[in-house]
Every structure is written in structure tokens, then in C-alpha cells.
Design a protein around this ligand. Structure first.
Ligand code: ARG
Length: 395
């Protein structure tokens, strides 16, 4: 029996892959796998229903907790960002690839199918995981191979009795997990077309957000958030609670132009409510406990981490090395940060840590502990090379 594991979203692209696998690629057993990383529950149910209609062996894998602990938390420690995009789709793809491999092992499959197109980033991320973990597996990407237009695809689907839902008529191309939601397509492809309100599903319009600011205190331990207002929460509950608060205050809307892996520039709109709030707090705490040199170097390390995560190179040795540095720093990223949410913004309004490299007594305008007279010599030599330069230039 020839078995293929199809990474299945329940959408049109991956649904047409099912008859294709049977008719054109000679698989007599199609196993569909939907990985729950916090996308809408209706999408997951729809995938299950369609899998039943199309008679596949279907698995829904709840990977939400693993997503938070093994993917979102490392992203928080690295202030995970790529060109202003708080990495969300990008960090879910490796997990989806990983789960697909686990299922393949379980069902004895040596082939994978996915619905990624040849223009995007996801083909790199998903296939990378499959190839790293199962080097001999065959990987089939019919969407990339066939270059179908939307209407050809619909015609194909109709002929095969694939249930079409209204979503294929929708203007926007959306990807969603609990760390972020991306909206592409339609008129957003015009780079100067302002995003219409209808693209946002999570966040309140900041104009309609509460007129009263909301302050919370986020507790961190070793670089990861553990509590809100002193109440300890599980990783998943904490992220979901931060998501709720941020959404209520219209936090996390982003509109950027992004360079895809292949070099295509694309217009991207995001809602990343929890990511924006938690990373804002994490950075504020790092600023309190890290030395200046650590801060500077970590921003370079974070940048490299963001590039690697964007490319989906989740098991790269460079990433491991970067994380060794990041984790060393995180040993001291323990403490609390007060955040204020107000009409689309979130900012730190307080921070405290037992590892703070801060002394009120030294810094205060009202203290004599710091003997200022000691500074004279240091100030005199400050900028010595500028003076040398001007002397050599002759002015
Ligand atoms: N630009 C983001 C990324 O590459 C989001 C892409 C959304 N993906 C999708 N298949 N619709 O991570």
C-alpha cells in the first residue's frame, strides 16, 4: 500500500490535493493531518468534515501547548521579529512539519504532500522539517507543480465533488495561529491602499477601544512570561489572556512591506496582539538587567535569530549557537513589567527585577554616593580622537 501524508487545512488548495494524490500520483491511502496551532476551531471542524466526505484517514493534532512552549517561548526570548513582523506563521510551520513527520512514522508513510505555492515562504519551512527529519521521504507540492489558476482549481474541485465553501470567494488570504494573523491579497496588493477595517478580526479598532487605559503587571521567569497581576498561569493560558487584553485595546495591528525568502517584496498586514505586548515587556525587562554591551550584542543575535526563524531553519546549528547566548542572558530576565494598554498602544510603564543593574542611590539627583568630582579626568579625555582628527585636518 502506498501511503501519503497530506498536510491538510481543509481549504481549496489542500482539498484538491486529495483526488490528485489518488488519480495522478498513485497513492491508495491518503492520510490527512490538521495541526491545531490556534487557528479558528471552525477551520479545524471543516477540515474534519471534508476529510470524511473525501474519505481520507484523518488526524487532528492539538499542538497548541507545544506551540507555546517550544516555539512561542523561544521567540519571546529572542524578541522574535523579522523586518517589523513578530514571527508567527513562520514559527508555526516547523511545528506543522514536525507533526506531519510524526504521523508519517505512525502510519508508515514515506511520502508527504502539502499545498504551498511556489511564491511563498511556507514551502521552504515545511519541506525543510520533512527533509531534516525524514531525508528519504518523497515530497509532493501539486500547487507549485501545476501552477493552476483559481478558476481551473475550482473546476477541478467541482468535477471531483469536493465541497466548495464560501471562503474561496473571499478576497483576503488569511493565515492564523494564536501568535498572529496575517492578511494578504485583494487590494492590499496595492502598497498604498490603506487596510480597510474589515480585515481585522481580532483587534478592536483603536478608536473604539476603551477610553480608560488598562494597566497590568506581567511576571517573567528566565525570559518567559509566567504571571499576570501576580496570578501564575500556564503558558497557553497566559498567552491567551494577553491576547484578550491586547485585542480589547486594539493593540497589535501592523502594516509592512516584507522581503520574502525568494526576494519578492510583498505587502503584509498582521494582527499580533499577544506578541506585541509580551515582546514589549520582555525588551523592557532586558533593558533593566543586561549590561550595555549585552544589550547591543543581543540585538544583533536577535536579528540573526529572526532571519533564521523566518527561513524556517529550526534545527540549524547556527540557531542552536544563537540560543545558547540568548538562554545565558535569559537566566537573569526574571522580574515584573507594568504594561499600559491604551487605544492601540502598549508601553512599559514600570519594571523591577532582583537582577536589575540599577541603583537608585547611584543614579538619583538627590544622592551623594556617587562622587562626581572623580569624573573630571574621564571627561577630559572623552573625544580625544575627534580633537586629534581636527588637528590633523588643520582647523
Ligand atoms: N509573511 C508571513 C510569513 O511568511 C505570513 C505568511 C502567511 N502565509 C500564508 N500561507 N498565508 O511568515
Amino acid at each position: 500500500m502506498k501511503t501519503v501524508v497530506l498536510v491538510y487545512s481543509g481549504g481549496l488548495d489542500t482539498s484538491v490535493c486529495i483526488p490528485m494524490m489518488r488519480e495522478d500520483y498513485g497513492f491508495d491511502r491518503v492520510v490527512t493531518a490538521t495541526i491545531d496551532v490556534g487557528q479558528p476551531i471552525e477551520d479545524i471542524r471543516q477540515a474534519e468534515e471534508k476529510a470524511e466526505i473525501l474519505k481520507t484517514e484523518h488526524y487532528t493534532i492539538d499542538a497548541k501547548e507545544e506551540f507555546v512552549k517550544d516555539f512561542i517561548f523561544p521567540a519571546i526570548k529572542a524578541n522574535g521579529d523579522y523586518q517589523g513582523y513578530p514571527l508567527s506563521t513562520a514559527i508555526a510551520r516547523p511545528l506543522i512539519g514536525l507533526k506531519a513527520v510524526e504521523i508519517a512514522r505512525q502510519v508508515g508513510a514515506k511520502a508527504f504532500c502539502h499545498g504551498c505555492t511556489g511564491k511563498g515562504n511556507d514551502q521552504f519551512r515545511i519541506e525543510y522539517m520533512m527533509r531534516v527529519l525524514m531525508p528519504d521521504a518523497e515530497i509532493i507540492a501539486p500547487m507549485r507543480e501545476r501552477n493552476y489558476t483559481r478558476s481551473e482549481e475550482i473546476e477541478y474541485a467541482q468535477k471531483r465533488g469536493i465541497p466548495l465553501d464560501v471562503s474561496f470567494e473571499k478576497i483576503w488570504s488569511i493565515d492564523e495561529n494564536m501568535w498572529g494573523r496575517s492578511i494578504e491579497g485583494g487590494r492590499l496588493e496595492e502598497t498604498d491602499y490603506p487596510p480597510p477595517e474589515e480585515i481585522y478580526k481580532w483587534t478592536k479598532n483603536p478608536v473604539e477601544a476603551p477610553d480608560k487605559p488598562r494597566d497590568i503587571e506581567l511576571g517573567f521567569e528566565h525570559g518567559v512570561p509566567v504571571s499576570i497581576d501576580g496570578q501564575v498561569l500556564s503558558p497557553l493560558d497566559l498567552v491567551m489572556e494577553m491576547h484578550k487584553i491586547s485585542c480589547e485595546h486594539g493593540v497589535g495591528r501592523l502594516d509592512i512591506v516584507e522581503d520574502r525568502i525568494i526576494g519578492l517584496k510583498v505587502r503584509e498586514n498582521y494582527e499580533c496582539p499577544a506578541a506585541v505586548a509580551i515582546i514589549t515587556a520582555h525588551k523592557a525587562l532586558e533593558a533593566l538587567v543586561c549590561t550595555r554591551d549585552e544589550m547591543h550584542f543581543k540585538s544583533l543575535v536577535d536579528h540573526e535569530w529572526g532571519d533564521l526563524a523566518y527561513k524556517g531553519l529550526w534545527y540549524d546549528p547556527f540557531k542552536e549557537a544563537l540560543e545558547a547566548f540568548i538562554d545565558k542572558i535569559q537566566e537573569r530576565v526574571t522580574g515584573t513589567v507594568k504594561l499600559r494598554f491604551f487605544k492601540g498602544s502598549v508601553r512599559a510603564i514600570g519594571r523591577a527585577s532582583k537582577y536589575a543593574l540599577y541603583s537608585e542611590d547611584l543614579a538619583s539627583f538627590d544622592s551623594k554616593t556617587f562622587d562626581q568630582s572623580k569624573m573630571e579626568g574621564m571627561v577630559q579625555v572623552h573625544g580625544m580622537q575627534t580633537r586629534m582628527y581636527r588637528m590633523v585636518k588643520g582647523n
